[in-house]
Design a protein around this ligand. Structure first.
Ligand code: GLV
Ligand code: GLV
Length: 319
């Protein structure tokens, strides 16, 4: 009976569906990331690995699984944690979970955007600490979104979903993307411009690119310096797209008004000084974290595994 390793407790129906299909499921029955040694040990002899974005899938792990391994089904849309070439040369298929998490991630982007723009967390802190002395004409003034300019770096599925929401807030939309996106250009009257033109114009910069060698530190000290000092930076993509230390320096120096972050360069650690800044909103990588989306992702990883093991083309092949 082919064995499937699921590296974490998942919402239904992945495990149930795989068992029903007659596979042996080995579940790492915990919420926290398993130690590397546990992964290497438990992977041995598996035909499929269902992996999380926090797990490095490299030659070492693939070889630990050995020749029975046929598919790595990542429980995420991003797959920067996977060495695709190492999979290719071993004939191991790779799948992800696109589409089902687009709206949830766009919602969370807006949660951060609104929280940073209107200083929600600073206000909450003021109330909880019992230091609010009453209404003031100039207390915690934020950014007015109506008429402000939203700059999207990356206008794929998630970037476009963020743009659709922006229209409701009366924002003007600029985006940078390797290709024109008709969905944005037409109904949303968005404008595609190069990054260097986008940066100085935006009131809010939001990142929606995958992490690749080309996007690593795409937003560094130089790019941050091109933003208006009143601008906000939102990141629900991948941490390393921003040079996090440069971001801390820019926020500290007042060269940027605020940031809303869901992802970090070295999760779960934060760059030194980041958590001490009052003008950042920090979330623990919750982009896809709704009940509905996480269940859809669960169904998707199971279908991808079953596709490959049944000798069919999996629905969401990356490799
Ligand atoms: C989450 O970050 C994902 O890539 O699904
Ligand atoms: C991710 O799925 C994206 O295309 O934005």
């Amino acid at each position: 009976m082919p064995r499937v390793l699921i590296t974490r407790r998942l919402p239904p129906p992945a495990a149930e569906r795989l068992v029903q299909a007659g596979l042996t499921v080995d579940l790492v029955d915990q919420d926290d990331p398993p130690p590397r040694a546990v992964l290497l040990e438990r992977a041995r002899g598996c035909a499929a690995l269902i992996t999380m974005l926090s797990e490095r899938v490299d030659a070492e792990l693939l070889d630990a699984a050995g020749s029975p391994l046929r598919v790595v089904a990542n429980y995420a849309v991003g797959y920067n944690n996977i060495d695709l070439d190492a999979c290719r040369v071993r004939g191991v298929r790779v799948t992800n979970t696109p589409g089902v998490l687009t709206e949830a991630t766009a919602d969370l982007t807006w949660a951060l955007l609104l929280a940073a723009a209107r200083r929600v967390v600073e206000g909450d802190r003021l109330m909880r600490t019992g230091t609010w002395s009453g209404w003031q004409p100039q207390q915690l003034l934020g950014l007015e979104l109506h008429g402000a300019v939203l700059g999207l770096v990356g206008a794929g599925r998630i970037g476009a979903a963020v743009a659709r929401r922006a229209a409701g807030f009366g924002m003007r939309i600029l985006y940078t993307d390797p290709q024109p996106r008709a969905e944005l250009d037409g109904p949303l009257r968005a404008q595609r411009v190069p990054l260097s033109e986008l940066l100085p114009q935006v009131d809010v910069l939001s990142l929606h690119v995958p992490l690749t060698p080309q996007t690593r530190h795409l937003i560094g000290a130089r790019e941050l310096a091109q933003l208006k000092p009143t601008a906000l930076l939102i990141n629900t993509a991948r941490g390393p797209v921003i040079d996090e230390r440069a971001l801390v320096a820019a926020l500290r120096a007042g060269r940027l008004a605020a940031a809303g972050l869901d992802v970090y360069e070295e999760e779960p650690r934060l760059a030194p000084g980041l958590a001490e800044l009052p003008n950042v909103v920090l979330l623990p990588h919750l982009g896809s974290a709704t009940v509905t989306t996480r269940q859809r992702m669960s169904a998707m990883v199971a279908d991808n595994v079953l596709g490959v093991l049944d000798g069919r083309e999996p629905p969401n092949a990356v490799v």
